[in-house]
Design a protein around this ligand. Sequence first.
Ligand code: SF4
Length: 174
Amino acid sequence: MKKGFVRLAMPDIQEDSIVDGEGIRSVIWFQGCSHHCKECHNPETWDFDGGVEVSIDDVKKQIDELEFQAGVTFSGGDPMSQIEALVELAKYVKEKGMNVWCYTGFIYEDLEKMGEKNPLYKEVFNYIDVLVDGPFVLDLKSFEVAFRGSSNQRLIDIPKTLEKGKVITLEKYK
Ligand code: SF4
């Protein structure tokens, strides 16, 4: 990806979602996912050459225009697959005082290991409030678990996890 650009599944931020995290949220849909979960709801977001290239400045302008949103959710696709863009945008949202959720097909422990090679995978956790981690597992599909597709996926409270040095999930959605 060219510096200063991000590949998104759709060029515009989707506003007013109530299913992609707590409250009324805006969702930025990243393009590209290597996990290829069976019966993924968004297989059109797998192709790393699909979607549309958008300048990060353009996405920031859209973020500036958001109103009446509890926060921003990064979803996809896998936002962690474009880590440079994710860090820049998550930092931007966080510095505006908004709450950040991020979905990923990676598990938290693997992202920690990836952070040993590429520090951006560590840095990104400074700007995420809740990480919804892990692939969608068809055998564990559940309608009982809030904001997730399957029960293996966790709603990780990132600030608490960093503070305690172990994975802490959101109490109210256990
Ligand atoms: S990680 Fe998410 S987007 Fe990627 S294949 Fe799995 S369910 Fe689909």
